[in-house]
Write a protein that binds this ligand. Structure first.
Ligand code: SAM
Ligand code: DTB
Ligand code: SF4
Length: 327
């Protein structure tokens, strides 16, 4: 595997990159008093980033519903009755129009998601064109299409793809209780293909699916121990969707969600940590705490894939109230 994206600049950087986090060490971070944990995360954040800057990506579902997989949280799995209808791949022109709008609203990256187990080669062709045209608008490009076959990552790179999102979703030992139609190893294999093609990796997971604190720590350890860690790490709080097996999952304590963000920040100091799904369920004060704990990117736009996100106007106002600027 080649690691061209984060070639160590010095011996010290090499040592940091090679450092492996154990689940026990990360559990110990989670176990810290909340204020100590957030303070530590904020210190790490300030060493590597401007703490008053937030990166904004806009998401678009380019192919909604009808997915063959059984991910227990997902509204788009065709086997669950969630009310999400299966749609065809969106027309290229429509995608480009949405990307123009996202840019006008202040997004720096445009992320296109498809409810596929993975694209067939012929399905990838129009997506490559979308990537090309969105990139030509001066936006960073990101796609999340599921598992990739040999050669597909190289084609995406050639089209101008900057980031590929592929989450490891949860702790290795918890994975099979949430997803049965593919394994976590399949996810790692796709991440390797993405990295080998020289595309930036966006990988994170979901909390609040009934995993233990140790499970959350184990998921963070898997991400932090990637060599190099993902450049972008989305931390999603489960959006419990009616019709899915996780519909009745009780909500996670928001402080535990923020602890997960802090642990991601401490263990992946140079990665963007994205406060992802579940932001609508946080108060403005909760979001400010998450930014303090090291989150420095958000999904921006009224919709995620099938569920809501905070309204653009509200986000603009919040960023202004907090004196946060855009990257
Ligand atoms: N099908 C592709 C895949 O599975 O990678 C791309 C789309 S999939 C919806 C992208 C990610 O969204 C999932 O890996 C999961 O982390 C997140 N996600 C999906 N449904 C969610 C939910 N209800 N709550 C929180 N995160 C969710
Ligand atoms: C990620 O980690 N979160 C986004 C994006 N990557 C593709 C998706 C969140 C989906 C939330 C549920 C929905 O809207 O369907
Ligand atoms: Fe399909 Fe992705 Fe949803 Fe899993 S998370 S059911 S692979 S769309």
């Amino acid at each position: 595997m080649s690691h061209t994206l984060a070639a160590p600049q010095s011996e010290a950087a090499a040592a940091t990159l090679a450092a492996r986090w154990t689940t026990a060490q990360i559990t110990a971070l989670f176990d810290l008093p909340f204020m100590d944990l957030v303070f530590r995360a904020a210190e790490v954040h300030r060493q590597h980033f401007d703490p008053n800057a937030i990166q904004r990506s806009t998401l678009l579902s380019i192919k909604t519903g009808g997915c063959s997989e059984d991910c227990g949280y997902c509204s788009q799995a065709k086997r669950y009755h969630t009310g999400v209808e299966s749609e065809e791949l969106m027309a290229i022109e429509e995608v480009v129009e949405k990307a123009k709008l996202a840019k006008a609203n202040g997004a720096s990256r445009f992320c296109m998601g498809a409810a596929w187990r993975g694209p067939k080669d012929r399905e990838l062709v129009p997506v490559l064109e979308m990537v090309k045209q969105v990139k030509a608008l001066g936006l960073e490009t990101c796609v999340t299409l599921g598992m990739l076959r040999e050669g597909q990552a190289a084609k995406l790179k050639e089209a101008g793809l900057d980031y590929y999102n592929h989450n490891i979703d949860t702790a290795p030992e918890f994975y099979a209780s949430v997803i049965g139609t593919h394994s976590q190893q399949d996810r790692f294999d796709t991440i390797d293909k993405v990295r080998d093609a020289g595309i930036h990796v966006c990988s994170g997971g979901i909390v609040g699916m009934g995993e233990s604190r140790r499970g959350r720590a184990a998921m963070i350890a898997q991400l932090a121990n990637m060599d190099p860690p993902p450049e972008s790490v989305p931390i999603n709080n489960l959006v419990a969707i009616e019709g899915t097996p996780l519909a009745d999952q009780p909500p996670l304590d928001p402080f535990e969600f923020i602890r997960t963000i802090a642990a991601a920040r401490i263990t992946m100091p140079t990665s963007y940590v994205r406060l992802s799904a579940g932001r609508r369920e946080l108060t403005d004060e909760g979001q400010a705490l998450a930014f303090m704990a090291g989150a420095n990117s958000i999904f921006y736009g009224d919709k995620l894939l099938t569920t809501g996100n905070p309204e653009v106007e509200g986000d603009e106002a919040l960023l202004k109230r907090l004196g946060l600027k855009s990257v």
